[in-house]
Design a protein around this ligand. Structure first.
Ligand code: NAI
Length: 342
């Protein structure tokens, strides 16, 4: 299936468990920010899913053409377009998974935190509409700075009395996708075989690839570990600089987000073997939000994979301690923003 190409078999935890997918399109997915650089290719990839019956594309502008175009693909889902706040409630009605890539992207010289002032308000307003119209949905936050926008979303949902921490996700799949790619290149492994968990958050040093947990088991020199870690942490900036003002990662991001959507749909559909790294409310560290590998089930996060955090290398242990103050600050900034508005 398409999904098999998103999540290679080597990256599934229980390779013996044979989940028999009977592709039956029955899930509704909404993309908020669907006319953007990420939104368009993401909508196309979701249109390819055998599990989706309805694809709702929402944006404040330019989404009619995107929906008309994608709707001509002869895959199962019905595509509908929704423009502007007056159509947002209809876009969200009955939706199972809401994906939010709405907001501005980085330009050269900017950090993800520089986006806070614009994107914080966009995420607040969109999640508020999610709370009113599809409070049971899985919510996938892509808009940066993810380290802060997820805590904002949590606060908004709490204020509305519908917060389910198991169903709110910051999408960090791209960090895993990049880690897998760069490690495979460096070690001459087949891309499809490599799996590296990435923990922490989604910005700079808060992105911590656990190279010691790489599957298949490989050994790295100290220099390789440092080079790979820094490259994975700065991979977004690599793209921002190559695009020279035209935005940040959109195509690899769409691929990563589509993988996370497909994993969520498989989980909703009863596949008992779905594991993804994502940024969620967590008790794995002393921070309220933390990215790690989790098991996804029908109700969202079903379990945390605690073994990833055991037996870390000295390098990883140090990096974990070093990332905590920055991640803590970003979480507090998000919570502060949301409570000021309440
Ligand atoms: P873009 O500017 O190409 O597209 C953003 C879209 O959001 C536009 O179509 C715009 O009209 C729409 N939008 C703005 N305000 C809106 C609102 N209130 N409601 C609905 N739609 C609205 O930006 P791009 O490249 O698609 O990036 C989107 C976001 O994703 C950025 O914040 C970026 O930093 C983030 N990102 C996250 C990554 C991750 O790994 N989580 C990776 C790459 C980007």
């Amino acid at each position: 299936s398409l999904w098999a190409s998103f999540v290679p078999k080597a990256q599934r935890a229980n390779q013996n468990l044979q989940y028999q997918l009977q592709p039956q399109a029955s899930y509704k997915v909404a993309v908020l920010g669907a006319a953007g650089g990420i939104g368009q290719p993401l909508a196309l990839l979701i249109k390819m899913s055998p599990l989706v019956s309805d694809l709702h594309l929402y944006d404040i502008a330019n989404v009619k053409g995107v929906a008309a175009d994608i709707s001509h693909c002869n895959t199962p889902s019905q595509v509908r377009d929704f423009t502007g706040p007056s159509e947002l409630a209809s876009a969200l009605n009955g939706v199972d998974v809401v994906v939010i890539p709405a907001g501005v992207p980085r330009k050269p010289g900017m950090t993800r935190d520089d986006l806070f002032n614009i994107n914080a308000g966009i995420v607040r307003d969109l999640v508020s509409a999610v709370a009113d119209n599809c409070p049971d949905a899985f919510i996938h936050i892509i808009s940066n700075p993810v380290n802060s926008t997820v805590p904002i979303a949590a606060e908004v949902l709490k204020q509305k009395g519908v917060y389910d921490p198991k169903k709110l996700f910051g999408v960090t799949t791209l960090d895993v996708v990049r880690a897998n790619t760069f490690v495979a290149q460096k070690k001459n492994l087949k891309l499809i075989d490599v799996d590296v968990p990435v923990i922490g958050g989604h910005a700079g040093i808060t992105i911590l690839p656990l190279l010691s947990k790489t599957k298949p088991s490989v050994s790295f020199s100290d220099e390789e570990i440092d080079q790979l870690t820094v490259r994975i942490q700065n991979a977004g900036t690599e793209v921002v600089e190559a695009k020279a003002g035209a935005g940040s990662a959109t195509l690899s991001m769409a691929y990563a987000a589509a993988r996370f959507v497909e994993s969520s749909l498989r989980a909703l559909d009863g596949d008992g073997d779905v594991y993804e790294c994502c940024y969620v409310q967590s008790e794995l560290s002393d921070l309220p939000f933390f990215a790690s590998r989790v098991k996804l089930g029908r109700k969202g996060v079903e379990a945390f994979v605690t073994s990833d955090l055991q037996g870390l290398s000295e390098y990883e242990q140090k990096a974990l301690e070093a990332l905590k103050p920055e991640l803590k600050g970003s979480i507090e900034k998000g919570i502060g923003f949301a409570s000021k508005q309440a």
